[in-house]
Design a protein. Sequence first.
Length: 92
Amino acid sequence: MITFSDYLKPVTELQLLGTSLILVIGVEAKFETAKIANCVLVRIVVILATSGLSFSLFLAVTVSQICREKSHIPYTHTMRHPVRTVCGKEDI
């Protein structure tokens, strides 16, 4: 039986970290409240832990949390459009 981890053997750890970081930031940007984002991330960690991706996802979550803490206001909303701050930079 071919498992999900068989497809990941040629992929390097750095590529897994980058993919996980994009996934984490995407989930956090999609869900406006941290509580919902954290629940989704916990489920993603449980799913990916069985395929050996838990360490990469852990690093991605750690980097994301550091960025959130450094920006002080991770999510701010204006009258016209939401503004997402990542590591102190505003994305409009």
